[in-house]
Design a protein around this ligand. Structure first.
Ligand code: FAD
Ligand code: SF4
Ligand code: SF4
Length: 816
C-alpha cells in the first residue's frame, strides 16, 4: 500500500524532488500537490526570456499535464494551503480542500520583498516572482511609456532588459554604488552598467527611492534628493524572503527560513522542507543549483535512505540577458591574505578577476568572456591548489601548461565530477554515463534524461562538447538547421533574437549574433532583410542590395535577359482605358508578347532593362501600379464574377477580392502569397489551392488557407467561417501577419502551417480574439509604410544606377 506524500508548493524544488523520488522508488508514494499558482510546474528562471519575448510560456514548462497523470499525482492548482494540522496529519487549503499525509514536504519558495515606502501598494507596482507578474509587466509594456525598476540585482536587471526589449523607456534605481554588488566587484559592475546604458536603459546608482507617486495608479517615483521620475509601472526587485509563515504557524522551528538538518527534515521528523523556504546551517539560498542538491537528498530520505545528507552549496551566478556575458562565483571581498589576478581588455570589454587565498581560488568574476567559468568554479569548489597553474591561470583552461589545448581536449581533461550544468547541478560523469546507459544521441534526449542545459541553456555548448567526446561521429548535433553557413543559428532563433535584442540593421544582427562571415551571403542577407522589415516596419529601411534580382529590379528576369512587367489589376478587373494603355505601351516599346497570366493579370514579356522606367512611367500615367509579380509578397487576389453576374453567386466575390487586394497589396511576406475569392462552392476562382482562399456561402464566408498549386499540389485547410466581409478581411490580415512573423524566409504558407501546426494557427487567429486583433493591428501599421508603388519610386529616380546600360564595348573601345 503506497504511503501518502503531500507536497505544499508546486515549484522547481518540489518538482525536482519528485522526479528524483519517482526514479528511486517508483510506486512507493501516492502524491498530492497543492500549488498556489493556477498552473503546472514551470522553469521560473526562464521568466526573463518570456518577458523579453525570447521564449513563450509553453517553452518553459517543466512538467506538463501528462507528467502528473503518468505518476498518478493529484494536483490542486491555484489552491493555497493555509494550515498544516500536525495532530490530524493533514493540510487544509483556503477553499477548504484538505489532504491527509504520512509524510509532508514543504516547498513554499520565497516571497518578494516590498520596501514599505509611501505608494508601495498602488496599482502599477509589481514584484517579479511568477508568470502573473510577467503578464502584468507585458500588459504595461503594451502602451510603451516609462518603467522604473527598483533594484539593480540579478532580477531587477533581467526585468529592466525585458521591459526595454518590449519597447519601454526603462530606468534602474539602485541603492548601492555599483550594480549587482553582491556578485560583482566594482570593475565588473561598471562594465555591466555601461552595457545596460548602451542598450538605452538608464541606470542610477546610489539612488534611494523615497516615495512612489500617484493617486489611483502609479505615475512616478520620488528619490531622496527630490528628483521625480515619471513611471507607468514600477517593478520592485529588491530581494526575497524565505516563505516560512505556514511552517511557523504549524509550530515548526523557523528562523529566517524553515530550519532543516542535513537530512532535510524539519523539527517534525515526518515533515521535510526543500527549496528557497529552507534555512540550512544558517544559510538560505536563492538559486536553483543548491535547491536541486537538497531535492536529491529529500528524495533519497523519502525513498528510505537515512544516510543521505545535504552539507551546503557554493553557488555561482550568471545573468540571463542576451548579449551580456557575466559569471561570478565565491567571495571576492578585499582581505590581507588574498591576492588578485586580473586581466582587462578594455577595447573588447573583457574583465576577468580571480581571487586567491593560500593558492586556492576563493572568488571569480568574469565579464565579457565566460567560457572558463565552469573550470574556475570547479577549482574553487574543490579548493584545488593552483600553484603550478598560476602563470597562465587567468587565460583559462586552454592555456594550462603554456600550450593552447583545443576545446575538446579541455573538456576531456575535466574530471567526472566537474559541474557542467550549474542550474541543474549535473556533472560531466552523469552526462557521459546517461548517454552510454540509455544510448542517447541528441541534445534533446540528454536534456530530457539529465536536465543538463534544460534551464537557462548557457551551458549548451559544453554539454554538446561532452556529447561529442562521448559519442564521436555518432553525435547528432543540434537538430536545428542553421540558416546558412554564416551562422549556427536557425531561422527561429535569429527572428527571436532580432526582436529580443532590438536589432535593427543587418550589420547589428551579424555583429550581435556572431555571424561567421563579414557580410553574410546570398541566403542570409535576403532573409535578414525580410525579418528586419517585418519586425521594425516603421524604423528599418529596406536594403535593396539584399534582394534577389527580380525584387531589386521590380520585374521578372526572363531567360533571354529581358524582363516581364505585370501591372496590378485589382481583383482581376480591368477596363478599356487600362487595356488601351497596355496596348500602347506594348507597341511603343516593341514588347513582343502580351499574355494573360494564371492569376488574371496581363503580362508584358520581353521588355529591355533600360526601357523599364519608361514602361512603368506610362503605366503609372494610366493609373496602374506594380503587380508585384516578382515579389515575396502579396501577388494576386483572383476572383470569380459572384453575385454581380453569376446565377449561383451568394456574395459579391469580385468586390471582396478587390477590397482584399487594395488593403493588402505591397505587404512583404516570407514567400509569395496568392489569394482567391469564389462566389459559391463551385469555386471558379480556384480558391482551394491558394495560400488564402475564400469561398462565399449563403451565411457568410469560409476562409481557407495553406494550399498550393506549384511544385507541390495541395488543397487548402479550412481556417474558419465568418459572417461578414469586415471580419473576413480582419482574419485574413491577422493570418497573413502571423505567417509574416513566424515564417522562415522562402517558406511557403503551407509549409509554415505544416511546421507550426494548423491547430496552433487556429488557436491564435480564430479562437483568441485579443491576439487576432493585435496581429491585425500590426499588419495595419506595417502597411502604412509598405503600400508604396516601387515603379513610381524608380520613375522618380530611385536606384537609377540599376537601369543605366552597362558600358557599350564597341570594337574600337575594346581595342584600346
Ligand atoms: C525572474 C526570476 C529569475 C531567476 N533566475 C534564476 C537564475 O538565473 N538562476 C537560478 O539559479 N535561479 C534563478 N531564480 C531563482 C529560482 O527560480 C528559485 O531559486 C527557484 O524557483 C526556487 O524554487 P522553490 O521550489 O524553492 O520555489 P518556487 O519555484 O518559487 O516554488 C514555490 C511555489 O510554492 C507555491 N506556494 C507558496 N506558498 C504556498 C502555499 N501555502 N500553498 C500552496 N502553494 C504555495 C508558490 O506559489 C510557488 O509556485 C530566478 C527567479 C526568478 C523569479
Ligand atoms: S551564402 Fe549565406 S547562408 Fe550561405 S554561408 Fe554565406 S551568408 Fe551564410
Ligand atoms: S464560383 Fe460560383 S459564383 Fe463564382 S462564378 Fe463560379 S459558379 Fe458563379
Amino acid at each position: 500500500m503506497p504511503k501518502k506524500l503531500v507536497v505544499i508548493g508546486n515549484g522547481m524544488a518540489a518538482g525536482h524532488a519528485l522526479e528524483e523520488l519517482f526514479e528511486r522508488a517508483p510506486g512507493d508514494y501516492e502524491v498530492t500537490i497543492f500549488g498556489a499558482e493556477p498552473r503546472v510546474n514551470y522553469n521560473r528562471i526562464m521568466l526573463s526570456p518570456v518577458l523579453s519575448g525570447e521564449k513563450a510560456y509553453e517553452d518553459i514548462l517543466i512538467h506538463d499535464d501528462a507528467w502528473y497523470e503518468t505518476h498518478g499525482i493529484t494536483l490542486h492548482r491555484g489552491k493555497q494551503v493555509v494550515e498544516i494540522d500536525r495532530m490530524a496529519r493533514r493540510v487544509i487549503a483556503a477553499d477548504g480542500t484538505a489532504a491527509e499525509y504520512d509524510q509532508l514536504l514543504v516547498a513554499t519558495g520565497s516571497m518578494p520583498f516590498v520596501v514599505p515606502i509611501p505608494g508601495a501598494t498602488l496599482p502599477g507596482v509589481v514584484t517579479y516572482r511568477d508568470l502573473d507578474d510577467v503578464h502584468r509587466m507585458l500588459e504595461a509594456a503594451q502602451g510603451g511609456g516609462h518603467a522604473i525598476v527598483i533594484g539593480g540585482g540579478l532580477l531587477g536587471l533581467e526585468a529592466a532588459a525585458g521591459l526595454r526589449a518590449q519597447g519601454m523607456e526603462v530606468t534602474v534605481l539602485h541603492l548601492m554604488p555599483t550594480l549587482m554588488e553582491r556578485q560583482l566587484d566594482p570593475s565588473a559592475g561598471y562594465l555591466l552598467q555601461k552595457a545596460f546604458e548602451d542598450r538605452g536603459i538608464a541606470v542610477r546608482c546610489k539612488a534611494n527611492t523615497h516615495a512612489i507617486l500617484g493617486d489611483t495608479q502609479v505615475t512616478g517615483v520620488r528619490l531622496d534628493d527630490g528628483t521625480e521620475l515619471p513611471a507607468d509601472i514600477v517593478v520592485m526587485a529588491v530581494g526575497i524572503r524565505p516563505n516560512a509563515v505556514l511552517a511557523k504557524d504549524a509550530g515548526l522551528e523557523t528562523n529566517r527560513g524553515v530550519l532543516v538538518g542535513d537530512d532535510m527534515r524539519t523539527s517534525d521528523p515526518d515533515i521535510f522542507s526543500v527549496g528557497e523556504c529552507v534555512e540550512h546551517r544558517g544559510l538560505c539560498y536563492g538559486l536553483v543549483a543548491p535547491l536541486y542538491e537538497m531535492a536529491k537528498v529529500v528524495a533519497a530520505q523519502l525513498a528510505g535512505d537515512r544516510t543521505a545528507a545535504y552539507t551546503g552549496s557554493v553557488t555561482a551566478t550568471k545573468l540571463k540577458v542576451t548579449g551580456i556575458d557575466l559569471f561570478s562565483a565565491g567571495d571576492f571581498g578585499e582581505a590581507k591574505d588574498r591576492q588578485d589576478i586580473v586581466l582587462r581588455d578594455a577595447a573588447r570589454g573583457i574583465y576577468k578577476r580571480l581571487v586567491l587565498k593560500e593558492n586556492r581560488i576563493v572568488g571569480a568574476v568574469l565579464y565579457g568572456e565566460t567560457g572558463d567559468g565552469s573550470w574556475f568554479f570547479d577549482l574553487l569548489r574543490k579548493e584545488t591548489d593552483v600553484t603550478d597553474l598560476r602563470d597562465t591561470l587567468i587565460f583559462g583552461q586552454s592555456y594550462v601548461g603554456g600550450a593552447p589545448l583545443d576545446p575538446m581536449a579541455a573538456v576531456a581533461a575535466l574530471p567526472d565530477d566537474a559541474e557542467i550544468c550549474g542550474c541543474n547541478g549535473v556533472c560531466k560523469g552523469k552526462i557521459v554515463q546517461t548517454i552510454t546507459d540509455k544510448g542517447l544521441s541528441t541534445l534533446a534526449e540528454v536534456r530530457a534524461h539529465t536536465k543538463a542545459s534544460a534551464s537557462c541553456g548557457t551551458c549548451t555548448g559544453l554539454v554538446e562538447q561532452v556529447m561529442t567526446l562521448t559519442l564521436g561521429d555518432k553525435f547528432a548535433k543540434s537538430a536545428v538547421e542553421p540558416m546558412c553557413g554564416c551562422t549556427d543559428l536557425g531561422h527561429d532563433d535569429v527572428r527571436r533574437l532580432i526582436r529580443a535584442a532590438g536589432l535593427k540593421s543587418i550589420p547589428a544582427v551579424m555583429q550581435e549574433l556572431g555571424w561567421k562571415t563579414s557580410c553574410g551571403c546570398a541566403k542570409c542577407r535576403p532573409a535578414l532583410n525580410y525579418y528586419l522589415l517585418c519586425d521594425w516596419p516603421e524604423e528599418y529601411e529596406d536594403d535593396g542590395r539584399s534582394r534577389f534580382i527580380n525584387e531589386r529590379i521590380h520585374a521578372n528576369i526572363q531567360k533571354d535577359g529581358t524582363y516581364s512587367v505585370v501591372p496590378r489589376m485589382w481583383g482581376g478587373l480591368t477596363n478599356p482605358r487600362e487595356l488601351r494603355a497596355i496596348a500602347d505601351v506594348a507597341e511603343k516599346y516593341n514588347i513582343p508578347t502580351v499574355k494573360v497570366t494564371g492569376g488574371q493579370r496581363i503580362d508584358l514579356l520581353g521588355v529591355r532593362k533600360e526601357d523599364l522606367p519608361a514602361v512603368w512611367a506610362d503605366l503609372n500615367d494610366a493609373g496602374m501600379v506594380s503587380g508585384h509579380a516578382y515579389a515575396k509578397g502579396l501577388r494576386t487576389v483572383k476572383t470569380c464574377v459572384g453575385t454581380e453576374w453569376c446565377r449561383f453567386g451568394t456574395q459579391d466575390s469580385t468586390g471582396l477580392g478587390v477590397k482584399i487586394e487594395k488593403f493588402m497589396w505591397g505587404s512583404w511576406t516570407p514567400a509569395k502569397v496568392k489569394m482567391g475569392v469564389s462566389g459559391c462552392p463551385r469555386n471558379c476562382a480556384e480558391s482551394t489551392c491558394k495560400d488564402v482562399g475564400v469561398i462565399c456561402v449563403d451565411s457568410g464566408f469560409e476562409i481557407h488557407f495553406a494550399g498550393a498549386a506549384g511544385l507541390h499540389i495541395k488543397g487548402t485547410q479550412i481556417l474558419c467561417k465568418v459572417p461578414d466581409e469586415d471580419e473576413c478581411i480582419e482574419v485574413i490580415a491577422a493570418l497573413t501577419q502571423l505567417y509574416r512573423e513566424q515564417g522562415h524566409y522562402l517558406e511557403r504558407m503551407y509549409k509554415w502551417a505544416d511546421r507550426v501546426g494548423v491547430d496552433s494557427i487556429k488557436a491564435t487567429v480564430v479562437e483568441d480574439l485579443e491576439k487576432r486583433r493585435a496581429l491585425y493591428e500590426r499588419f495595419v501599421i506595417s502597411q502604412r509604410n509598405a503600400q508604396v508603388d516601387p515603379w513610381a519610386e524608380r520613375v522618380a529616380g530611385r536606384d537609377a544606377h540599376e537601369f543605366r546600360p552597362m558600358a557599350n564595348f564597341t570594337l574600337a573601345e575594346a581595342a584600346e
